[in-house]
Design a protein around this ligand. Structure first.
Ligand code: DQA
Length: 158
């Protein structure tokens, strides 16, 4: 049974009332429920963590290396644009990693257009608000079904 770890970074606890025009009106519990429903429908299990503390997120990713986690879906919030530590932790994880954002980070302020995480993720889903969650879970499961080793540079430039 595939095990997917869904991770949320800072301020995503405020979904539902946080800038609904950008992020939609779904709460964190609702988007996690969407993701879990998609995973369970496919016979997989979804674990979840949201934190405002970067070290907590790093330690959860370290644990995921050996606790049976098969794939990671991560909406890192603003750490997406700033955290080389998070990038390095995700790079250590030996399975598919899907980067996820509710908003289209390329259609907003210029600082959001740079993700320091994308280079170590297998793919990126952004701009579909809550609808992105089931898509990200499906992408992770599809990569697992393909036997993807989560090595983001497999398909990258030589
Ligand atoms: C976000 C986009 C980030 O730029 C922002 O800092 C967030 C949410 C998104 O889901 O669209 O906190 O990751």
């Amino acid at each position: 049974m595939a095990r997917i770890l869904l991770l949320h970074g800072p301020n995503l606890s405020q979904l539902g009332t946080r800038d609904p025009a950008v992020y939609g009106t779904a709460t964190l519990d609702e988007v996690v429920a969407d993701a879990r429903e998609e995973a369970e429908h496919a016979g997989a299990v979804l674990d979840h963590l949201q934190t405002e503390h970067e070290g907590v997120l790093l330690e959860r990713i370290h644990a995921a290396r050996t606790d049976g986690t098969d794939a990671v879906v991560v909406n890192a919030g603003a750490w997406t644009h700033t955290s080389f530590a998070l990038r390095d932790a995700l790079e250590l994880f030996d399975g598919p990693v899907v980067e996820l954002h509710l908003s289209n980070i390329h259609a907003r302020e210029s600082f959001r257009a740079t993700s320091v995480l994308s280079a170590v993720c297998d793919g990126l889903i952004c701009g579909f608000q809550r609808h992105g969650y089931p898509l990200a879970v499906r992408a992770a499961l599809a990569l697992l079904a393909d036997g993807d080793d989560g090595d983001a540079d497999d398909a990258g430039p030589a």
